[in-house]
Design a protein around this ligand. Structure first.
Ligand SMILES: *Cc1c(COP(=O)(O)O)cnc(C)c1O
Length: 356
């Protein structure tokens, strides 16, 4: 089986460092666990490192963490799915919203359950995924403020997820101005001004003025220690808390270019190979079912030639690979998602040893 080794000490360190970094300018963070399917082991380590707010895009992950005894605030970071409103109110304390129709459903359900459900209204600042258009924000806030069972906890925005738009002084400045404007017009102050995700790191470190932003939802940089815009390591963080490894199942000298007429491969692509004569090739028992090959970096000097669902083919000229030996890989976010969800990838948690 491919194996994902998870060093909880490193994840706890990353969470603690980011909490302190952002905290120094008055920003609270919610640790986002959707990249690890709401793993209880990971949530427990984050909790020990001082994280008290957890965010996930799936209500099922939130339920599992709650039932698993993780204490803290749980934030649903995707707009609630209307058919599971009951579970949203039952398990999440707070959710990100853009549709008044959904907020009304939340209100009805919250009243039914005798709860107050908190909402953050998401505003569109250019990335064109979820968000209320700025011009429509004030009337929606006003409507939400009227609803029983609902507390408007704040305003949020999200960039760099769909359109790849960088958070910068211009869009983040406009976001704070919009929040200020709505606050002034309605004579209220929002508790949370939630400015974004891991992609806000460069904006945050460079900004003279972070405006009204006092909250971020941070997933990838806790998990993988990198800046989500460039995938460069963030100083002082571990980028190797997750290492994927798998076993070599074939190792031979073979031609570098396939023999015969080339048509589509297993994934509908027409592959192109350079003829470099015979090369040392190995097959590793890892495939596209377990990993996103684009975000897999071998920790040995071997080169990935391609992969099908269950076979990863590498050029092993730089490193002799014996059948039965294991090859380790650094992974990116899309491989993390796939490996965590795959029942074919064994998860090995290395216990949290406390601060190192
Ligand atoms: C996924 C997500 C996040 C966390 O993003 P990272 O890049 O992993 O930090 C934050 N907010 C929303 C709305 C998200 O969908």
């Amino acid at each position: 089986m491919p194996r994902l080794r998870i060093e909880l000490t490193k994840l706890a360190h990353n969470a603690r460092s980011l909490r302190e970094l952002y905290g120094a300018k008055g920003i609270r963070i919610t640790a986002v666990t959707k990249g690890v399917c709401g793993s209880l082991e990971i949530a427990r380590s984050l909790q020990r490192s001082g994280i008290s707010s957890f965010g996930d895009s799936r209500i099922d992950n939130i339920r599992r963490m709650r039932q698993g005894g993780i204490a803290g605030e749980f934030m649903l970071i995707r707009s609630p799915v209307p058919s599971v409103i009951r579970q949203v109110v039952q398990w999440a304390d707070i959710s990100l919203n853009t549709e008044i129709a959904v907020i009304k459903l939340l209100a009805d359900e919250a009243v039914k359950q005798g709860k107050v459900h908190r909402v953050i209204l998401m505003v569109e600042m250019g990335d064109l995924r979820e968000g209320i258009l700025p011009a429509n924000l004030k009337p929606i806030v006003e409507q939400a403020l009227e609803l029983p069972g609902i507390q408007v906890a704040g305003i949020g925005t999200n960039l760099a997820c769909f359109g790849g738009i960088c958070p910068d002084d211009s869009n983040m400045g406009a976001f704070s101005e919009l929040v200020q404007c709505v606050q002034d017009q309605l004579g209220i102050r929002f508790e949370l001004v939630s400015g974004g995700n891991s992609a806000n790191y460069q904006w945050f470190t460079a900004a003279q003025d972070i405006g009204l932003v006092n909250h971020l939802r941070i997933g990838e940089s806790v998990l993988l220690g990198c800046d989500a815009l460039t995938r460069e390591p963030i100083p002082g963080l571990y980028t190797d808390a997750f290492i994927l490894d798998a076993e070599v199942i074939e190792s031979k000298v073979k031609p570098s270019s396939p023999i015969g007429t080339i048509a589509q491969d297993a994934f509908g692509q027409v592959p192109v190979f350079e003829d470099r004569g015979d090369i040392k090739r190995a097959i590793i028992a890892l495939g596209r079912q377990d990993a996103d090959i684009q975000t897999l970096k071998p920790r040995l000097p071997v080169r990935i030639l391609g992969a099908s669902s269950d076979h990863l083919v590498v050029d092993s000229a730089g490193q002799p690979l014996a059948v039965g030996s294991r090859v380790s890989f650094d992974i990116g976010y899309s491989t993390l998602l796939r490996a965590m969800i795959s029942p074919y990838v064994e998860k090995v948690y290395i216990p949290d040893r406390g601060e190192v």
